[in-house]
Design a protein around this ligand. Structure first.
Ligand SMILES: NC(=O)c1ccc[n+]([C@@H]2O[C@H](COP(=O)([O-])OP(=O)(O)OC[C@H]3O[C@@H](n4cnc5c(N)ncnc54)[C@H](OP(=O)(O)O)[C@@H]3O)[C@@H](O)[C@H]2O)c1
Length: 324
């Protein structure tokens, strides 16, 4: 009898230990955000939704930027049930369309004088290969080019705030990418390598952008950091065959329960980057701690060069260097 009881206790303890380990860090900052305006893209689902709840609890004025405003409205209603005093706005934003990004930014600029936070959270993974209306691979545009353009459009409002923070939600998947893959950004209208590489390039692009932008904003009140949320149980895997198939998902479920984070746990690093008193900029957070990204992602020269390449391929929006 005692043998069974001690066996159950040990197994329970090990299971708890494994779950705690994979749950990652928890943001312990108690900073309030009363009245501060924060935009969260992709706020209707997963990490963005969980983060929006955390920010509303701390008093932030929230702008939920969603491509499906009906879903955004549902989240607003859920937030108001828990926090009736929350101030929440829903705005339409489709990052896969530069005209939508422009309209969104114009709308925000007409209604708000300053912004404290911009969380570039929205993203897709393993999306069927599609070319956007702007002629880019959909993963590249949604995860990297869209946030790049959005951030530039909103910089004036961020600079208008006493302190401001940009948080770019990246991924450990940036480590899968080599320098050759990274260069493919210029040819992706015609060439596509793999879903994993497409995702990895977009996430590496975000870290390089974070690094270079932090240098350009070094004399301003705006800090910019990237975060890795970890492996989180969300809708992001909707297109991945091994997880979108209910039978395969059921097979993996016992392991996933142990090692995959909940959306609330996945939101902790982004929350930490918004709240921490550490004013480091151009950094990469993982599990609420400063962490080292891959060697390519840590290279200032590559970050500068990639920024220039991105401006080149977005010349229709930003103009060419000779226009400056
Ligand atoms: N889950 C993970 O394990 C994991 C790991 C590393 C990094 N991340 C990153 O974490 C971020 C959040 O993902 P998640 O896991 O929370 O997934 P999710 O639940 O699928 O949320 C993604 C959000 O992005 C939105 N979105 C997608 N395409 C968009 C577009 N064109 N314009 C505007 N919004 C768009 C989605 O809107 P709809 O609901 O309308 O589709 C959704 O609100 C992503 O950047 C992802 O790459 C996630």
């Amino acid at each position: 009898m005692w043998k069974y009881i001690s066996g159950i206790v040990v197994a329970g303890g090990v299971t708890y230990g494994v779950m705690r380990y994979f749950a990652g860090g928890i943001c312990r900052c108690t900073t309030r955000l009363d009245g501060l305006v924060i935009i969260v893209t992709g706020a209707n689902s997963g990490i963005g939704k969980a983060l929006s709840f955390e920010l509303a609890r701390r008093g932030a004025t929230l702008i939920l930027a969603c491509r499906d405003t009906k879903k955004g409205l549902d989240v607003k209603c859920e937030i108001l049930v828990e926090i009736p005093s929350a101030e929440v706005y829903i705005k339409h934003l489709d990052l896969a369309s530069f005209s939508s990004v422009y309209k969104f930014s114009q709308n925000i600029s007409s209604e708000f004088r300053e912004i404290y936070g911009l969380v570039n959270n929205a993203g897709i993974f393993y999306h069927p290969q599609t070319i956007t209306e702007n002629n880019f691979d959909i993963t590249l545009q949604t995860n990297y080019l869209g946030p790049f353009v959005l951030t530039h459009y909103l910089l004036k409002l961020l600079k208008a705030s006493d302190h401001a923070r940009i948080v770019n939600v990246s991924s450990n998947a940036h480590r899968m990418v080599n320098y050759y893959d990274l260069q493919a950004v210029t040819t992706w209208q015609s060439e596509f390598r793999s879903h994993f590489i497409a995702y990895g390039v977009s996430k590496l692009g975000l870290i390089l952008f974070t690094r270079e932008l932090s240098k350009q904003l070094s004399n301003t009140n705006v800090i910019v950091n990237a975060v890795d949320p970890g492996n989180v149980n969300t809708n992001i895997f909707r297109y991945l065959p091994s997880l979108s198939n209910p039978w395969l998902y059921a097979l993996q479920w016992p392991i996933r329960v142990l090692v995959v984070k909940s959306p609330q746990q996945g939101a902790q690093s982004a929350l930490h980057a918004l709240l921490t008193s550490n004013r480091s900029t151009g950094q990469y957070y993982s599990d609420c701690k400063l962490s080292l990204p891959s060697p390519i992602a840590s290279n200032d020269k590559i970050a500068k060069e990639y920024y220039r390449i991105t401006l080149d391929i977005l010349a229709d929006i930003f103009g060419t260097e000779s226009d400056c």
